[in-house]
Design a protein around this ligand. Structure first.
Ligand code: ADP
Length: 251
């Protein structure tokens, strides 16, 4: 089966010369949920941006990123954007309309949905994230957690085949976080979730990728990886509470 994501030899430097990714290779099968972990500056956000084709032609020679069997290139970006729903780390990067309705409707409108279709899809998406009644609110007046949920509604409204989420719980309170976990568990699409919230990764993602210094240093079962205290500490992370009693090399 064609993988949902295929990353081969991906290296990337920012314009200032900073190397953010070095020779990263992995693939993700359709329907998998994969956690992306690593300390600050490891390259997680940079890697996720490549999955959404934000930086296609700037990658180093030999780098290749494919999504659902299509090489991510400038020419294929529309198709990639249609199939991959991307939640940015900072909601303010994603919200730019005067009302919540317009922000959530932005993606599906781009994809050609008519007014009646938009009403239905926006109402459904706001319902999924627990923001019924927010359609007429101004996004810039919302709390950070509400903004994060509006962004997610905007992503869900496009009905993507893959969710790429960068720190989706960073602004949520415990109730919002629990609701997000339940929602994500209920969505059968392929998911890649970058987060410092290791309990979230443990709960949602059977497999984890560990990045450090732009390199993929581990790719394996989440419980085994996160339960390996030596590895976690060496990479600036901590074994999550949920695994305190798991033997370092246990499954
Ligand atoms: P993470 O998401 O794991 O914290 P990032 O992908 O944001 O890591 O960053 C990886 C590296 O690239 C870091 O050293 C960071 O400082 C650098 N970096 C990120 N964005 C930029 C940018 N726009 N210009 C230059 N360097 C950047």
């Amino acid at each position: 089966m064609t993988p949902a994501i295929e990353v081969r030899g991906l290296s990337f430097r920012y314009h200032d010369g900073k190397e953010a990714l070095r020779d990263v290779s992995f693939s993700v099968q359709e329907g998998e949920c994969v956690g992306l972990i690593g300390p600050n500056g490891a390259g997680k956000s940079t890697l996720l941006r490549h999955l959404n084709g934000l930086l296609p032609e700037q990658a180093g020679p030999g780098s290749a990123v494919s999504v659902f069997g299509r090489l991510v290139t400038r020419e294929n970006l529309d198709e990639v954007h249609r199939r991959v729903g991307f939640l940015f780390q900072d909601p303010d990067d994603q919200l730019f309309c005067p009302t919540v309705f317009e922000d959530v409707a932005f993606g599906p409108r781009q994809f050609g949905l008519d007014a009646a279709g938009l009403d239905a899809v926006v109402a459904e998406a706001l319902g999924l994230v627990g923001l019924e009644g927010f359609a007429d609110r101004a996004p810039h007046h919302l709390s950070d957690g509400e903004k994060q949920r509006v962004c997610l509604a905007g992503v869900l409204a496009c009905k993507p085949d893959m969710l790429v989420l960068d720190e989706p719980t960073s602004d949520l309170d415990p109730r919002g976080r629990r609701a997000l976990v339940v929602l994500l568990e209920s969505l059968p699409v392929t998911k890649v979730i970058a987060s410092h919230d290791l309990e979230l990764i443990l709960r949602l993602a059977p497999r984890a990728l560990l990045l450090d210094g732009g390199r993929l240093v581990a790719d394996g079962h989440t419980r085994t990886l996160l339960g390996n205290e030596e590895l976690m500490l060496a990479r600036g992370l901590e074994k999550p509470h949920g695994l305190l009693h798991v033997h370092p090399h246990g499954g």
